[in-house]
Design a protein around this ligand. Structure first.
Ligand SMILES: Nc1nc2c(ncn2[C@@H]2O[C@H](COP(=O)(O)OP(=O)(O)OP(=O)(O)O)[C@@H](O)[C@H]2O)c(=O)[nH]1
Ligand SMILES: [Mg+2]
Length: 304
């Protein structure tokens, strides 16, 4: 490929914001063409800013996946929602995602109220059109365009990929001229140990269904390259109570075994190396109020 002359290049940050579960992480993965952000059927999956990088024509696009915006109660919620809004301040384009099947709910309303303060050009992205009926899409588009000023509206399915290429071209045409910020082949700025911890958290969420996911966090503690080209990874799953630790372990250690097996496969695929994964489960009461845990997640620690 002949690289475009420097003065023809464009580069910019595109923040994807919206209520929990609207498909922001699925879309970032689709735009980048690789899994860099975890996806689950549960709300509040993404906790910190995850940057995915893609090239489109002469533009380098840095997509910022953000935690869903909702009414925060706990300290961790406040940190997540705060970081989502902070992403809009550095963005060249802000894309608001709406679940096209569900329409405008209370969380979307909350986002719309604050969206007026966002200076960057905004795009409206109706996602999950594979689940929605066509007439309702037009009504939804009209309703939302009355609520905020959007430079463009897109109807997509992040899951099937429908409309994603068009959206990506529009982003590329609308980010500012400027040099690329990352090497051409880089698709994420997250360290591998963080990606590995996120993958394990995804498997934990997928395996355990009740309240538990929101009271757990995963950290990579050991990352040791072995001589045979494989990696030894040790991670700790922190929970808040002994009863939760028992749930994560499961009867005879079955749950943790299954979580570990699923995570190992995905981590190995992501880093393209064989992986030996060891999971520990520790009770850390009140980890949701421990500044060190926030640093590991990549969040500011809210004072209250
Ligand atoms: N049918 C359908 N499902 C989708 C689409 N996009 C995302 N999903 C599903 O919606 C669920 C939530 O997707 P995520 O990408 O985790 O949503 P999110 O907005 O990142 O959620 P939070 O991180 O919790 O804020 C998952 O089960 C996805 O598979 C889509 O276009 N169509
Ligand atoms: Mg997400």
């Amino acid at each position: 490929m002949v690289e475009p002359a420097d003065d023809a290049r464009r580069c910019g940050f595109v923040a994807l914001i919206g209520a929990p579960n609207v498909g922001k992480s699925t879309l970032v993965n689709a735009l980048v063409g690789a899994k860099i952000s975890i996806v689950t059927p549960k709300v509040q999956t993404t906790r910190a800013l995850i940057r995915g990088i893609a090239i489109e024509d002469r533009a380098q696009l840095i997509f910022v996946d953000t935690p869903g915006i909702f009414s925060p109660r706990r300290r961790l919620d406040r940190a997540m929602v705060g970081t989502a809004w902070a992403s809009t301040q550095d963005a060249d384009i802000v894309a608001l995602l709406i679940d096209a099947r569900k329409g405008v709910g209370v969380d979307d309303e909350r986002v719309l109220r604050t969206l007026g303060d966002v200076r960057a050009p905004k795009a409206l992205v109706l996602n999950k059109v594979d689940l929605a009926n066509k007439p309702s899409l037009l009504a939804l588009t009209q309703k939302l365009n009355e609520r905020a000023s959007f430079a463009a509206t897109f109807m997509i399915s992040a899951l099937t990929g429908d409309g994603v290429a068009d959206l990506k071209r529009w982003f590329a045409a609308n980010v500012p001229a400027g040099p690329w910020l990352y090497p051409e082949d880089q698709i994420s700025d997250a360290p591998l140990r963080q990606l590995a911890a996120e993958i394990t958290r995804e498997k934990l969420y997928l395996r355990l269904h009740q309240e538990l996911p929101y009271q757990s966090t995963v950290e990579t503690e050991v990352w040791k390259e072995l001589r045979d080209g494989s990696v030894r990874i040790e991670q700790t799953i922190y929970v808040e109570r002994e009863s939760q630790r028992k749930i994560v372990l499961g009867k005879g250690g079955q749950a943790i075994k299954a979580i570990g097996a699923a995570a190992r496969v995905d981590i190995a695929a992501a880093i393209e190396q064989p992986v030996h994964l060891f999971l520990h489960v520790k009770v850390r009461e009140g980890w949701g109020d421990d500044p060190e845990r926030y640093r590991e997640i990549g969040l500011e620690f809210p004072q209250e």
